[in-house]
Design a protein. Structure first.
Length: 314
């Protein structure tokens, strides 16, 4: 996937575990800068990680991403926090699988921890376009509310609610969703337990849709046993064997079939391809349950076949 070189201009501490990173392109400008968009940051030694953009300059040359330092993470946050100002990195994107829809009257944003980053950009857009909305930012305690100052700087007034677990207890999510006007939408991003709680509370909504973005793909506990299967390429009729320990993406690449890819963990959506025939065992964190139910596309890096063969539109 095409990348461009950017320089880290500033690294600013936002909370004990989170820093803000300002990157500037060495040449040109970013396109596709909109709420919900994320970039791929290529990090040493051989990592690619996705981070949501929470702010950007009007000329499109600078972007900001906030990154939590995860002690038990997958290595990306360690590599990001090790970067020094002035360091150059390769950046891919932006891409957006978490778009803010324009045709909904009332919107509720529910952010958990570092999941607030895309929702800051959404709150800014909703405010600038004079739409009706509210924001709930859920954190363990106020000192870990890394994006609180960014929300406050927007001047949201009583639209904004900072909820600290150690001070406020558990938020009544069902009550929040039930109080929304009929046909309202929810946008939520945060840790998996919070997302599951929001989705469960969605039964209290009166119409509308919950849009969500995950930090991780489906957990191992939700995945079935890996079995071998075949993939067929619709354009050529070629058939390839995918072993129990293989990914579709790796098999395609090893057979000279070009497929875009980024995170290789089912989180960025770069490697999604159309499915012509077959049932998909979805294991990504991108597609909605409704999209997965169509069996019309899959993330080749993590998803598998439920049957003996998938026919791919390649």
């Amino acid at each position: 996937m095409e990348t461009r070189t950017a320089r880290l201009l500033r690294k600013t501490t936002l909370s004990p575990d989170t820093s803000d990173f300002t990157f500037e392109l060495c040449e040109g400008r970013f396109s596709g800068l909109e709420p919900g968009a994320h970039i791929d940051v290529h990090l040493p030694p051989d990592l690619v990680r996705q981070y949501s953009i929470w702010s950007w300059s009007q000329d499109g040359r600078q972007i900001n991403v906030a990154v939590k330092h995860e002690n038990n993470g997958r290595g990306g946050s360690h590599a990001m926090h090790a970067l020094s100002e002035g360091t150059e990195v390769e950046i891919g994107g932006p891409r957006n699988h978490f778009k803010l829809q324009a045709d909904v009257g009332y919107v509720t944003l529910i952010a958990g921890g570092i999941g607030a980053t895309p929702l800051v950009a959404m709150a800014r857009e909703l405010l600038n376009t004079r739409r009706d909305f509210q924001v709930y930012y859920l954190v363990r305690s106020r000192k870990f509310a890394a994006m609180d100052a960014k929300f406050c700087a927007l001047g949201l007034g009583d639209r904004y609610h900072l909820h600290c677990d150690d001070r406020d207890g558990q938020l009544d999510l069902a009550g929040v969703l039930q109080s929304m006007p009929m046909g309202s939408d929810v946008y939520t991003c945060g840790p998996e337990p919070m997302l599951n709680a929001v989705l469960e509370a969605g039964s209290a909504m009166r119409g509308g849709t919950i849009h969500f973005e995950r930090f991780t793909a489906a957990s191992d506990g939700d995945q079935g046993h890996n079995s071998a299967f075949e993939v067929e390429i619709s354009s050529s009729g070629a058939v390839f064997h995918v072993g129990a320990t293989d990914s579709i993406l790796d098999v395609l690449k090893s057979n000279g079939i070009s497929v875009d890819f980024g995170c290789s963990e089912g989180l960025c959506g770069s490697c999604i391809v159309d499915v012509v025939e077959g049932q998909v065992d979805h294991r990504d964190g991108i597609l909605t349950p409704e999209e997965q139910a169509t069996h019309s596309y899959l993330c080749t890096c993590v998803s598998r076949a439920k049957g003996d063969r998938l026919v791919l539109n390649l």
